[in-house]
Design a binder for this molecule. Sequence first.
Ligand code: BDR
Ligand code: CA
Length: 315
Amino acid sequence: RQLVVLDVDGGVDDAQAMMLALTHPHVQVLGITCVAGNVKVNQVCQNVLRVLKVFGRPEVPVFAGASVSLLGTHVDACHYLGQDGMGDVPDPDPPSADLVQSEHAVSALLRLSKEYPDEINLVATGPLTNLALAVRTDPGFPARLRKLTLMGGNIHGLGNVTPSAEYNFWCDPEAAHVVLEGYRSLFPITVVPWETCVQDHDISWDTWMDICAIPTKRGQFHAAIQQQMIAKQKQHRLFSAHFHTYDLYAVAVALFPEVLYKTLEVYARVELKGEITRGQMVCDYNDKWGKHPNVRVVKKLDLPSVLNMLRRALE
Ligand code: BDR
Ligand code: CA
């Protein structure tokens, strides 16, 4: 049995990540903590409840967390993922907001880590605000986790929200900094960076359309919420020849370490000041700072196996 907690920001690809975890026979999802990112935190909770409903898992507790970054900002990604973060597919029977737990996400993270010491496999696929607040509230928190895997940051300065920064890190660079420094007891934190998602992990449109044609209720829901993101990707100047996805990989490597083909351990920091590079993850490949690595960067994974896992989750 693996105990998993997901910290998500409610996007289409966060939903895919949830689907993989929720359908794994040996995984128990202890809770899903929500953070503002792709959409406002209340909408993140709504999206999570909706995925839980479609996947028949209403018992999984959902916790609302930070609504703004540590510095008080919030910039959504609605232009890319839809006004609701999940493709604006009408929900005829929306889950009641009362289903969200009254406990704050950060308090839930701390409590669960005490109830299940050394057992929790934490996967973060949004801005890292909740995780930063958790370690600042209780510095012993990371040491009580089993491992941490996150989607975010970049390894060669390729950005998706600015030329140099990836969205999850850019949304809350201070939080990303706190996590890279404050979770070192968990070494190595596994990081799926932006470049890995869009380079060397091209999914042919045929393959993706096949996955979007899975005729089950889950498959149809998955296909419906993708449509806006697919349209955006087809318009992309550099990457339109193939489909790319992101958060799914963080859950895949967290739950199935055998899909990791190539990783690299390196010391990484987050640029907090740069006028044009704020939020960029900077990797010290040349050992200039002489520091022990703090992250294990995922460079290559077994993409066909991960896609098969997604197929199984939808069938
Ligand atoms: C990340 O940004 C979000 O929009 C996606 O859900 C993913 O977590 C990719 O940069
Ligand atoms: Ca996300």
